[in-house]
Design a protein. Structure first.
Lengths: 264, 319
């Protein structure tokens, strides 16, 4: 049998196709190792219980009011935390023989990275669904319609996918996979706690307010609150979306360059 | 002659270590080149450069006419790679691994499935097709790995120590597969520490040590070039051993080597015509021999002569 003439160049559509095939591999691996989802299932539940019952009364007067305010923000925080797993998984994958095989095949250079990021949509969906279902059991109620709910859900997924590139970038720089969360926590804690996820910015000192007001997590949280609880959400959604695009625009090329440097 | 693989002056350094120190390789299309060398000689580095996984610091290489740096994508389109460790996904089943590779190579889902089933059948993995690779034995893993390398019908196949750690049965299967592929016109570059493997499979052998090619040629040429002939006699009566030893010492001036296990006497000789003299002298002494002949050195002896080390066969000796 004759082989087709080898391609000399791989376009973006082929790269996406390769990325989707490799995302399928990531999803299969999750299906076979469900325990790999512990961090995106157990942790959000613990956070929810901890904040609602420990701090909820003190912050909002009663736990139910706090649950309503907290959940949209907690969804955003857990999306941020879940994105750390991408770089870690990729850094571990890079050391396996199967990665050599992918790299010896005529597929796009970016495909393995794209596959890892796209495959993590599953982790994001799981963490969001777990949070919502658990919150509903505790008494959380969406105050708007299904349309707004879907927009909030998709917005968070999009933000998570963009944020993944930070994690991939770090994963390509560090020597061991375990160093990925260690490094990223220093970035994730100010990003998620230095926001309006847990408390309003009113009582904070001016310098902190200045950061909280421009923080993408604040914009995404306020957009989600508007979308799930009612209120104005258009401006915050716009800002959150812009931030997501900006993060991807900076970190996708950085990650790809770091990957090339690492493997070539 | 068209060469499927041509490399000139490949140099690769890792820090202070020089892994490749000006390696030249040439493999005619449809032939098997055995790259032989001790651990750390640079064999794997050479394969990684030729498979576009590593960029050489100096030198150039072409695979199927494509430059490994300038036309890396085209090179990847014609090669298959089986590494020292199985490059298949442990968590996925045999079928899932092969289907994924088929899809990455542009096959439709149905085509990828058909190709996977065909290859798994060929490597006797049909029964294990749905099981995770992590449940496979070493030999099955290696076969799955080889199957994965063949999904894209490569013109050039790299086998980096394909039988290391395999039992003799699995090893023979790998050998049979490699011979079959070459019959189909595939060019194979095989690295090995096993001299017998190179002797059995390779049309051409390149011996690498310390990142340099120290010998290249057909197995026959190498044996001829490095180390002379030796003469072996096995007398029918074990009691004649001493007499035979005396005759050989007489003729060659050196003490022959006596293998007491099998009663074979061996002595190096320069002149092939000496054989008839030995026959006459044995006749005169009334001694019959079960074995009598000249032989070329084994590749082990070649290896020893070239590298100053014995062949590094540590486990699962293939003799």
């Amino acid at each position: 049998m004759t082989t087709a003439a080898p391609a000399l160049h791989i376009g973006p559509s082929a790269a996406l196709r390769h990325g989707i095939a490799l995302a399928g591999r990531a999803v299969t691996k999750v299906r076979k190792n469900p325990e790999s989802l512990l961090d995106v299932t157990l942790q959000p539940i613990i956070f929810l219980l901890l904040f609602v019952y420990l701090f909820g009364g003190a912050i909002s007067g009663n736990t139910h009011t706090y649950l309503q305010t907290l959940l949209p923000g907690l969804m955003v925080q857990n999306i941020c935390f879940a994105s750390m797993g991408t770089g870690m998984a990729l850094a571990a994958d890079l050391k396996t023989g199967v990665f050599d095989r992918f790299r010896s095949m005529p597929i796009a250079r970016s495909a393995p990275l794209l596959g890892a990021v796209l495959g993590d949509i599953v982790r994001f969906i799981v963490t969001l669904v777990v949070l919502i279902v658990f919150a509903v059991i505790l008494g959380f109620r969406v105050q708007t319609g299904p349309g707004e709910f879907v927009i909030a859900f998709l917005l968070m997924l999009a933000f998570g996918l963009c944020l993944c590139w930070v994690s991939v970038f770090v994963g390509m720089l560090v020597k061991s996979p375990q160093a990925v969360p260690g490094t990223l926590v220093a970035f994730m804690l100010p990003l998620t706690f230095g926001s309006t996820v847990f408390v309003g910015s009113g009582t904070m000192p001016g310098w902190l307010q200045a950061w909280v007001d421009i923080n993408p997590v604040t914009h995404l949280t306020e957009a989600a609150r508007g979308l799930l609880l009612g209120g104005d959400w258009a401006a915050h959604t716009g800002w959150a979306f812009l931030w997501a695009v900006a993060i991807a625009a900076v970190f996708f090329p950085l990650a790809l360059r770091a990957y090339r440097k690492r493997v070539a | 002659m068209t060469y499927a693989i041509e490399a000139e002056g490949l140099v690769k350094r890792f820090g202070d270590t020089v892994a490749l120190d000006g390696v030249d390789l040439a493999v005619p299309a449809g032939k098997i080149l055995g790259v032989l060398g001790p651990n750390g000689a640079g064999k794997t580095t050479a394969v990684r450069v030729l498979a576009t996984l590593l960029r050489a610091d100096a030198g150039r290489a072409r695979v199927a006419g494509f430059d490994v740096v300038e036309q890396a994508t085209a090179v990847r389109g014609v090669i298959g790679l089986t590494g020292q460790y199985a490059s298949v996904d442990e968590d996925l089943s045999g079928t899932e691994n092969l289907v994924l590779i088929g899809k990455l190579l542009g096959l439709s889902r149905a085509e990828a499935k058909a190709r996977a089933a065909e290859l798994l059948a060929r490597f006797e993995l049909t029964d294990a097709a749905g099981r995770g690779i992590k449940t496979y034995s070493g030999g099955m893993r290696r076969r799955a790995d080889l199957a994965a390398s063949l999904v894209g019908r490569p013109q050039v196949l790299y086998l980096d120590e394909p039988t290391t750690g395999l039992d003799p049965h699995s090893r023979n299967e790998v050998w049979a597969t490699v011979r079959g592929l070459v019959e189909d016109g595939v060019t194979v570059l095989l690295t090995t520490q096993y001299l017998e493997e190179a002797d059995q499979l390779a049309d051409l052998i390149t011996v690498i040590d310390h990142g340099k090619v120290i010998a290249a040629g057909t197995p026959h040429e190498l044996k001829r070039r490095t180390g002379g002939l030796s003469l072996q006699v096995r007398p029918t009566q074990i009691a004649d051993t001493l007499v035979v030893a005396g005759i050989l010492r007489d003729l060659t001036g050196t003490e022959p080597l006596v293998d007491t296990d099998n009663g074979v006497l061996t002595t190096p000789v320069d002149d092939p015509l000496l054989l008839s003299t030995v026959v006459r002298r044995l006749d005169d002494a009334g001694i019959t021999a079960d074995e009598l002949g000249l032989r070329l050195p084994s590749l082990d002896e070649v290896f020893l002569t070239l590298t100053g080390r014995t062949a590094p066969v540590t486990e699962g000796s293939l003799a």
